[in-house]
Design a protein around this ligand. Sequence first.
Ligand code: NAD
Length: 500
Amino acid sequence: MRFRGQYRFAEGVAKWQRVVEATVQREADVQATEQTIRQVVQEVLSQLTGRAPAAPAASARWGVFDNVDDAVAAAQQGFEQLSRASLEQRRTAIDIVKRICEEQAEELGRLEFEETKIGRLEHKIAKLKAIRTVPGVEFLRTDAVSGSHGLTVTEYAPFGVIGAITPVTHSLPTLAGNFVNMVAAGNTIVCNPHPSGARIASEGVRRFNRAIHAATGLENLVTIVGNPTIESAQQVFDHRGVKLLVVTGGPAVARAALRSPKRAIVAGPGNPPVVVDATADISNAAKSIVAGAAFDNNLLCIGEKEVFAVKEIFDQLMNAVSQHGGYRLNAAQTAAFSAIAFAPPKEQGGHYQLNRDFIGRDASWLAAQIGLAIPSETQILYGETDEHNPFVTEEQMMPFVPFVRTNCTDHAIALARKYEHGFGHTAIIHSRDVHTITKMARVMNTTLFVKNGPCMAGLGLGGEGYLSFSIATPTGEGVTSPLTFTRQRRCVMVEDLRII
Ligand code: NAD
C-alpha cells in the first residue's frame, strides 16, 4: 500500500526529472541552432568574399563522417576526452542515450521502419524503449585479493576506440545498446552500419552527440561512417586506431571478423529451434512460439525459427497456435510459399537462397504472395513440413514457422541440434520434464537456452537477466555487457596496504 505522502514525493521526483530533462533538451536544441546559424553565416560570408567556406568544426557533424579515417580520428579524440572525464559524466552520457531512445522512440522507430522497410513499427519502438534495461556503469566492478603478501586489485579498463559493425535488423537499437555497454566501460565507438539502416543510425549518432555535448562538453563518444560500404567495413577492421572489433551480423561478416588479425567479438547468426515434448503446457508453448516468432516479424536472431514437436501432442499444438494469432497453411499452400520464399541451391549440397524481398514482411503480405487474403492482424503463418524444408534448414527472417512432427523427444532434440548448425546461438524447449530439459541443454550447448517462454525471455524481456542486442556466439562472450568491453589490469602492492 502507498501513502499519499509517498505519491507526492514520487510525483515531485517525476516532475523534477521532467524539468531537468527538458532543460537538457533545450540546451541541446540551443546548441544545435547556434551551430546552424554559424554555418549559415559562414556560407554567406564565403559567398560575399568569394572564398570557399571553412571546413565545419567536428561538432557540426555531430559524429557523422564521410570516411573511416576521420571517423576514427574523431572517436580517438572523444576517447581522450572520456578518459579524463568522471564516472558521473559517463553516467550522464549513458542516461542521455537511454532517455533519447525512450522519449523519441516513436519518431526514431518510425524513421527506422521507413528506411529499412522490414519488421513491425510497434516492435521497432519497443526495442528502442528497451534500451533503458541495457546495463551501464553500475555493471563495472573492481576485484581485490588480500593476503600475507599484500593487496592485488584488478580493475576493468577500456580498450579505446571500438569498431562496431551493426545489422539492418536492429540498426539504431544495436548502436544504442553498444553505446551504453561500451561507453560505460570507458570506450568510444566508430560504427560502420548496414547501408540499408545507415540514415537512422546516423540520425541517432547526431542526436546522442549533440545532447551529450550540451550536458557534459564531451564530443564524439560515438562516430559513424554516414555512407557505409563493405569496403569501409574492411577499413574499420584494418584501421590501426581501432583497438577492438565488435561485429553483429550474419555469416559473411562473422567469417570476415573471425579471420581478422585484430581481436573481434562476434555476435553471429543463429537458427533457433524449438522442441515441444509431451509434458509441455501446450497453450503456453503455442502462445510463446507465436509471440517470439511474430516479434518484429521474426527479425530477431534469437527468434523461434523452426519447431520440432513430438507426435503425441503435435496436432493439439497445431490447433493451439491458431488460437494465439497463427494462420495455418495447408500442405499445398506451405509448398507454394516455400517455393517462392527460397530459390533452390545453386550447387549440390549448397544453401537455399532466401528471397530477400520477403525478409521481415507482415504475415498477411506474405500470404498475399500465394494469393491468400488473411486478416492484417495475423501474427504468423505456420504449417507442417518435413525437416528438409528450407524454412527449417536456413536462417529465415520472416513470420512463417515450420512445424516438424517427430517420433519422440530424443528425435526432436537430435533434429534441433542438427538444424541449429552448431552456431551455439539460441535454443528453446517447452517441457515439464527436468531430465529432458537438462538433456537438451547439454546437447545444444547454446549461448541462450530458454525454457517454457518466448525467446525474448532470454534477454531479460519477460525473463530474468539483462538486455543486449549483440549476443557474442562464436567468440563466446555471450550476452554482452560493459565488462565484455574491458581489459583487465592488475595492480599489485607487495607487503603493504593489507589492513587486517
Ligand atoms: P548482414 O550480415 O547482412 O550485415 C551485418 C553487417 O555486416 C552490416 O553492417 C553489413 O554491412 C556488414 N557486412 C556484411 N557482409 C560483410 C563483409 N563481407 N565484410 C564486412 N562487412 C560486412 O546481416 P543483417 O541482415 O544486417 O542482419 C541479420 C543477421 O545478423 C542474421 O544472420 C542475424 O542472426 C544476425 N544477428 C546476430 C545478432 C547477435 O547478437 N548474435 C544480432 C542481430 C543480428
